[in-house]
Design a protein. Structure first.
Length: 277
């Protein structure tokens, strides 16, 4: 199917975490429009089964297709690890996830071949990061650490709270004991904890944020397919604001959070019943 170059990019996540990816797309592809969906009613994804994640992801993709998006970014590590490959076979528009771009840059970054991975239980258990990294270099050791409490803490807005710092210390201790020199923020919520994590791991450990790499991967994909939008939008036109936000619950809270981390005012967030798709 042929899509207009001016059609939006669909971006989705289990909640607010994918806004870190949307933010990088806004910065690196300023001419592109975005339709964002945050599944705030069903967050977190990381503790759910593969079948459930696949069902949720299919519903969201169907919704994004009603918005006539030209490409989809799965801005959720759990859904990227568990649902992306299946959905790619089922739809006729380009779709990318966040795992492979982040894994590749981590493999290029490590010096001592010891990479730490923090993510949801589902992402760590899926083993996709390790497989992707070892395809680049089989000698690299990947040490995974599930951090199930991080997503609820971020969704609560407790980014620098003493509770969050204490939880982070516990999660990071086993990785630091293994002498990692690179740490993958393997969940799109985690870049919002970046300053807290950086303080705890110190300057010897490089943090890899797959959100930036994913935006660059999207840029390459659109260029290859001749789908880049060359029409400039400054994000301030009255007739059509280039970014639309949808959630499955708690739209006011989402809008407030989005406004605090995105470079634009989030003017409108609409709640929809995702179960209808």
């Amino acid at each position: 199917m042929k899509y207009k170059k001016t059609a939006p990019i669909g971006v989705f996540d289990s909640g607010v975490g994918g806004l870190t990816v949307a933010r990088e797309i806004m910065r690196n592809l300023p001419h592109e429009k975005i339709v964002y969906f945050g599944d705030t009613a069903r967050v977190p994804y990381g503790s759910k089964s593969k079948e459930t994640i696949l069902r949720y992801s299919r519903q969201i993709v169907r919704f994004l297709q009603t918005q006539e998006v030209k490409a989809i970014v799965v801005a959720c590590n759990t859904a990227s690890a568990l649902a992306l490959e299946t959905i790619r076979e089922e739809i006729d528009i380009p779709i990318i996830g966040v795992v492979k771009p982040g894994a590749k840059v981590a493999a290029q970054t490590t010096r001592n071949k010891k990479i730490g991975l923090i993510g949801t239980r589902a992402t760590v258990k899926s083993d996709l990061y390790r497989r992707t990294i070892q395809a680049e270099n089989p000698e690299i050791e990947v040490i995974g650490q599930p951090c199930p409490l991080f997503v609820p803490l971020v969704e609560e807005g407790w980014l620098k709270d003493p509770v969050t710092i204490e939880v982070a210390k516990r999660y990071l201790a086993p990785l630091l004991e293994k002498d990692i020199d690179t740490l993958i923020l393997g969940c799109t919520h985690y870049p919002l904890l970046r300053s807290t994590l950086k303080t705890l791991v110190g300057d010897e450990v490089t943090l890899v944020n797959p959100a930036y790499e994913t935006a660059k991967e999207l840029q390459r994909l659109l260029k290859e397919q001749g789908m880049e939008n060359g029409i400039e939008s400054d994000g301030h036109e009255e007739e059509e604001f280039p970014y639309r936000f949808y959630v499955s619950d708690a739209e006011e809270r989402f809008q407030e959070f989005a406004g605090s981390i995105l470079p634009y005012d989030v003017r409108m967030t609409k709640q929809i019943n995702i179960e209808e798709f």
